[in-house]
Design a binder for this molecule. Structure first.
Ligand code: SF4
Ligand code: SF4
Ligand code: FES
Length: 229
């Protein structure tokens, strides 16, 4: 496979971005964009800065915009882009809803800030026994930020916290005892329900394949309509 990576690079938050084109060739049909970046960096004079940890689509660290689509670099096979005998261009850019730190690394701390503001945490170990449970489904969120990238209603520092907060909130709403839910239900209504346009652009982009419809239906019913589900 012959490809050309066009990578949006930026030394620091204050530096001017530029595109670096790198020709890349491999016979490995199973090579991912993440593995290719590692390979490129082995010999690069100025290695491309990007984040990764698990390389198994489990941590969300390697989320970036690949040919215009937010996705995980370790889940994007080069064979999706390559065409026999033709050099295909693979454009790599950082997620655009977050400030750039360097090259493909962005500062996603706003997601954590929003979770803290909604007080989305458990005081004790949470149970996720049944894979059909809402709480199990919600626990699969990687906090990658891909859903925020495509959301027309999310912007950092806005009142609407987006699906990366809605999914973990669904877990709390599903599992918390009824008499302790009041605060999270109010925050859910203000920071999620009232800002979400329900376009579900986030649904098909989620790399974890989370059943967003199911979580929204459940949380809206419990937090907004005060129905037991
Ligand atoms: S349903 Fe639409 S508005 Fe709501 S979080 Fe998803 S993309 Fe954003
Ligand atoms: S809901 Fe999906 S796309 Fe959004 S942060 Fe969680 S794993 Fe990523
Ligand atoms: S490196 Fe963990 S999801 Fe890609």
């Amino acid at each position: 496979m012959k490809l050309r990576f066009d990578i949006r690079r930026q030394k620091s938050p204050d530096d001017k971005p530029y595109i670096q084109s790198i020709l890349f060739e491999t016979d490995d049909e199973n090579m991912t964009v993440a593995a290719a970046l590692n390979k490129i960096n082995e010999t690069a004079d100025s290695p491309v800065k990007w984040e990764c940890s698990c390389m198994q689509k489990k941590c969300g660290a390697c989320a970036m915009v690949i040919n215009g689509v937010p996705r995980l670099a370790c889940g994007a096979l080069l064979s999706e882009f390559a065409k026999k005998g033709i050099i295909k261009i693979v454009k790599l850019e950082p997620l655009k809803k977050f400030p750039v730190v360097a090259d493909l690394i962005v500062d996603r701390s706003i997601m954590m800030k929003n979770l803290k503001e909604m007080q989305i945490w458990f005081e004790s170990a949470a149970k996720t026994e049944n894979k059909k449970d809402i709480s199990y489904e919600a626990s699969r969120c990687l906090q990658c930020g891909c859903c925020l990238e495509v959301c027309p209603n999310f912007y950092p520092e806005g009142e609407f916290f987006g699906m990366s907060a809605a999914v973990p909130a669904s877990r709390i709403i599903a599992d918390m005892p009824e008499n302790q839910k009041k605060e999270i239900q109010e925050m859910y209504r203000k920071n999620i329900y009232e800002g979400c346009g329900k376009s579900l652009a986030c649904r098909n982009i989620c790399p974890a394949g989370i059943d967003i419809d199911k979580l929204l239906v459940n949380s809206n019913a419990a937090a907004v309509w005060k129905r037991k589900v």
